[in-house]
Design a protein around this ligand. Structure first.
Ligand SMILES: Cc1cc2nc3c(=O)[nH]c(=O)nc-3n(C[C@H](O)[C@H](O)[C@H](O)COP(=O)(O)OP(=O)(O)OC[C@H]3O[C@@H](n4cnc5c(N)ncnc54)[C@H](O)[C@@H]3O)c2cc1C
Length: 458
């Protein structure tokens, strides 16, 4: 057991009975994330204030107890799994918006708030927080920041790191730091704010964030273009970008995804459909949005089999429900999906996709690919009925090697966690890994915060 008697005694004495749980049932609920891997914590602490987070970190640091920060547990790389037992520190009770500052276009919120709640609350004031991972109903702000999560809006609006003004975080020592400021930009000293974003809960526990906002774009319009081959669809996406458009979303779906969706719900497609592009544009002027969408559609019109333009909010919802139903529909193919979120330069997307299919065929696994073609971020899914399938491991290993050879990266938005840590050395040199480990040691000299993540232990 990673929780020593001393640590347990100090935590029990310093927290109210309702602030922690030692029973097996509760601990089990915090043992896993969306990877379906699990490890039991010894204790779950439900922090409700920065002081409590600081107290837990201080006790953990002084007693050498592992601490695993947790948001919504929707991570896809095992980041919040308590690999070594010890403490799961959940921030779900720290879920308040502290201030919406309409003058300065910003919101300050506690890290445990669900992302969708935050987006809905600012929308009520006519404001917009663009980052929108599909897991927004479950994922917490702290988890989304810790993963630097993406989603459908990145092409036009950029990653979440563009919207962070200031972070409050608790160091493993228990000290509270504030990085960044309320000003729109800052170059004072090293950029610790951006170091914490995407650090996967290994450097500090994020407890509060001030985020910049935009005016809510009231009008959105979407279309779905169907193509006779993936190649033609991807060439179409390139032409859209080369024509100077940066739509809010530019997604592609392959023919295997359609097969899965069809087995999940009725779907009528134009004859010969092998791929589709889903496009959405938004803005503040209805006519301008409509004009832009028609112009974008005209770029791919000639090569497409058909274009479905959404004329009502319901039709728009139908188009995006296609995209959203792929993930659950994949399970109609096999029991397990090994979902990778590789990212390659836009000009190498076609090679990356055909390489991924080839790998699937070589190892004998069905491969389904869809993703954010606008940002080169591809969701490659190897499907298998075998838990911890060695064939899937072989496929992922080959995929990661190929991605790096194309000048890409292991993860565009899900992070490294435990599932990708074996491949870190494919992308980072030994010197870079050493530098990163040294950085980790500066923040966390006793190695108590989220141990076992990012860097594979030998
Ligand atoms: C159905 C589904 C759809 C998804 N869609 C997307 C998508 O479109 N785009 C995308 O990028 N990802 C997506 N994801 C992945 C996942 O939802 C995101 O990575 C999300 O950011 C995780 O947030 P969470 O609060 O659930 O974090 P958790 O799973 O709880 O934790 C993730 C990591 O963050 C750390 N962490 C959590 N809270 C804190 C904190 N307060 N301080 C420091 N570290 C912390 C944890 O230790 C862990 O390392 C999806 C997942 C699912 C299941």
């Amino acid at each position: 057991m990673a929780l020593s008697n001393e640590a347990k005694k100090r935590l029990s004495a310093g927290l109210d009975a309702g602030d922690f749980a030692l029973d097996k049932d509760t601990r089990l609920c915090y043992a896993y994330d969306a990877t379906r891997r699990e490890a039991m914590p010894d204790i779950v602490v439900f922090a409700s204030s920065i002081e409590q987070v600081a107290f837990v970190m201080k006790v953990a640091n002084e007693t050498g107890t592992p601490v695993y920060p947790r948001g919504g547990g929707s991570g896809l790389t095992g980041g919040s799994i308590p690999l070594k037992g010890g403490i799961v520190l959940t921030l779900e009770r720290m879920n308040q918006i502290l201030q919406i500052d309409e003058n300065n276009f910003s919101v300050t919120a506690q890290a445990g708030i669900k992302l969708e709640t935050l987006r809905d609350e600012v929308k009520k004031r006519g404001l917009f927080f663009p980052p929108d991972p599909s897991s927004g109903k479950i994922a917490a702000l702290g988890g989304v920041l810790a993963e630097c999560a993406g989603g459908l809006n990145v092409l036009k609006y950029g990653p979440i790191s563009n919207y962070v003004l200031r972070l409050k975080a608790v160091l493993p020592s228990g000290e509270v730091i504030t990085v960044g400021s309320h000003a729109p930009k800052s170059v004072t000293g090293y950029d610790l704010k951006h170091l914490l974003i995407g650090s996967e809960g290994t450097l500090a526990v994020i407890v509060e964030a001030t985020l910049s906002l935009l005016v809510y774009p009231q009008y959105q319009q979407s279309f779905c273009a169907f193509f006779s081959s993936l190649q033609v669809a991807l060439e179409g996406a390139n032409r859209i970008l080369r024509a100077g458009f940066r739509p809010r979303s530019l997604e592609f779906i392959d023919s295997h995804s359609f097969e899965c969706i069809r087995s999940y719900k009725p779907l009528s497609l134009p004859e010969g459909t092998e791929a589709a592009l889903l496009v959405e544009e938004d803005g503040h002027d209805e006519e301008e949005v409509s004009r832009q969408v028609h112009q974008i559609a005209s770029v791919v019109h000639q090569e497409s089999l058909e274009i479905h333009l959404a004329r009502t909010p319901e039709e728009r919802e139908q188009i995006w429900s296609l995209r959203k139903s792929i993930s659950p529909a994949l399970y109609s193919l096999a029991k397990y999906k090994i979902n990778e979120d590789i990212c390659v330069p836009r000009g190498r997307i076609v090679e990356a996709i055909s390489g991924a299919y080839d790998i699937g065929e070589e190892v004998g696994l069905r491969t389904v690919i869809f993703g954010h073609t606008g940002d080169g971020n591809l969701h490659v899914n190897f499907m298998t009925d075998v838990d911890q399938d060695p064939k899937a491991e072989e496929a992922v290993q080959k995929l990661m090697k190929m991605v790096v050879s194309l000048g890409g990266t292991l993860s565009g938005e899900h992070g490294i966690g435990i599932t990708k840590s074996p491949y870190l050395g494919y992308e980072l040199s030994p010197a870079e890994i050493e530098l990163q480990k040294n950085l980790k040691a500066v923040f966390d000299p006793n190695g108590v915060l989220n141990p076992g993540k990012i860097f594979k232990e030998t």
